[in-house]
Design a binder for this molecule. Structure first.
Ligand code: AMP
Ligand code: ZN
Length: 119
């Protein structure tokens, strides 16, 4: 079932243009914007326009939109010229893993060495 906008959700407001963001790409189903607290030279968030609390919930409800999100993560990496050097796509899921905004989002990180495993 399609996720409905949540009145108290920051990323729903960014998707609707009600809160400003440094938007780098948009599609019919996704918005990509720079993280306000970047952890790497490239740190872009890719969100679905629809509200789901995390990536797995989005995948279960609207798998094509999750596919769109990952396609856009790749497009962001190409735009930022980190596709050849390598980049990381992260879905923090749950507060114990550092999720602070409960609207599904992919972090696209690149432009520096990325240790494995991540902390
Ligand atoms: P997470 O901790 O995985 O839920 O990721 C949420 C991310 O959103 C964090 O990296 C924040 O720095 C970022 N963030 C919070 N508010 C904003 C905002 N207004 N514009 C851009 N990024 C934001
Ligand atoms: Zn939302």
């Amino acid at each position: 079932m399609a996720g409905q906008p949540q009145a108290d959700c920051l990323f729903c407001k960014i998707a609707a243009g009600e809160v400003p963001a440094d938007v780098v790409r948009e599609t019919a189903t996704t918005v990509a914007f720079r993280d306000i607290n970047p952890q790497a030279p490239t740190h872009v968030l890719v969100i679905p326009r629809v509200h789901h609390p995390d990536a797995a919930s989005l995948a279960a409800a609207e798998p094509q939109v999750l596919a769109d999100l990952l396609t856009e993560a790749g497009n962001v990496a190409a735009d930022e010229k980190v596709d050849r050097t390598g980049y990381r796509v992260i879905f923090n899921t749950g507060s114990g893993a550092g999720q602070t905004v409960f609207h599904a989002h992919a972090h696209v990180l690149g432009g520096r060495g990325l240790n494995w495993p991540p902390g």
